[in-house]
Design a protein around this ligand. Structure first.
Ligand code: B1M
Length: 220
């Protein structure tokens, strides 16, 4: 369980935009035996979402948002390293292409989902952010993927998730790949509307949905 003092400190570090303090806090909490996924879920993700709310209300400006995102990115990298180091080597459960869609540079959440999928023995090709829909399809074919996961953080870039569904259909590839969509503005209703196979609210649900779509028993 992540203590309230840690939750408050994480928020302060991001508001101050202090990468050094954020990393020191994350190291201390992880070294203290806490689950790095809990640290993100209960402390750093709410903290960055709070920054987003302050930004939306005009109480924080773009330069501060960028510095806070940089500190958050550093903590995410650290957490992802710890998750990877704890991975047990087992047979791959399947191959997944992960990308943030065209026009969207938000990738903190996508990187967390990628690491958790890798830690759960999926082979993940993370092809980055601001990725053209055609590149996502090409990567899925090239790596013979089972599943394509896309992240969209802007209401203006969510339609690219629909473009992917349309492009897969147009190329006769829709039945070859399963698709999962995620990102803060994305909803289960959106997933259904565009014809995606699943929606995942967070990284843990991403793993669960990937397992379900590929017919894998969670304990396997
Ligand atoms: Co921007 N931004 N941003 N931003 N930013 C938002 C998204 C915003 C909601 C802030 C706000 O106004 N409240 C707003 C969007 C509004 C809208 O669309 N209606 C916004 C805006 C406006 C912008 C700019 C346009 C600002 C500007 O330039 N004026 C600009 C756009 C740039 C672009 O993309 N073209 C911009 C830029 C940036 C930064 C570069 C400064 C930085 C991103 C840095 C980076 O990612 N490397 C940034 C940040 C940090 C945010 C907020 C504050 C935080 C996003 C984040 O990292 N959250 C964000 C506010 C918010 O979302 N509430 C905001 C933490 C992360 C762990 O969550 O990504 O949701 P998330 O991922 C979760 C789940 O969604 C899920 O699992 C993850 C882990 O739990 N998930 C998946 C995500 N993808 C998945 C895929 C899956 C499964 C699950 O598939 C398998």
């Amino acid at each position: 369980m992540i203590e309230q003092v840690v939750i408050d400190s994480a928020s302060e570090c991001l508001i101050k935009g202090s990468k050094v303090d954020a990393l020191a806090l994350a190291k201390e909490v992880i070294d203290g035996g806490n689950d790095p996924v809990d640290l993100m879920t209960y402390a750093f993700i709410p903290a960055i979402n709070n920054i987003g709310d302050l930004f939306a209300r005009g109480q924080m400006f773009l330069p501060e948002l960028i510095v806070a995102a940089d500190a958050m990115g550093a903590v995410t990298d650290l957490v992802n390293e710890v998750i990877s180091a704890n991975k047990t080597t087992k047979k791959s459960k399947g191959t997944i292409i992960m990308a943030t869609v065209k026009g969207d540079v938000h990738d903190i959440g996508k990187c967390i989902v990628t690491s958790l999928l890798q830690a759960n023995n999926f082979t993940v090709h993370d092809i980055g952010r601001d990725v053209d829909t055609s590149k996502i399809v090409e990567a899925a074919v090239e790596f013979n993927a089972d599943l394509i996961g896309t992240s969209a953080l802007l209401t203006t870039t969510m339609p690219c998730q629909k473009d992917l569904e349309d492009m897969l259909k147009a190329q006769g590839l829709r039945d070859r790949f399963k698709t999962i969509v995620g990102g803060a503005p994305v909803t289960p209703r959106w997933a259904t509307r565009i014809g995606a196979d699943a929606y995942a609210e967070d990284a843990l649900e991403g793993v669960k949905k990937a397992e379900e779509l590929l017919g894998i028993c969670a304990a396997a």
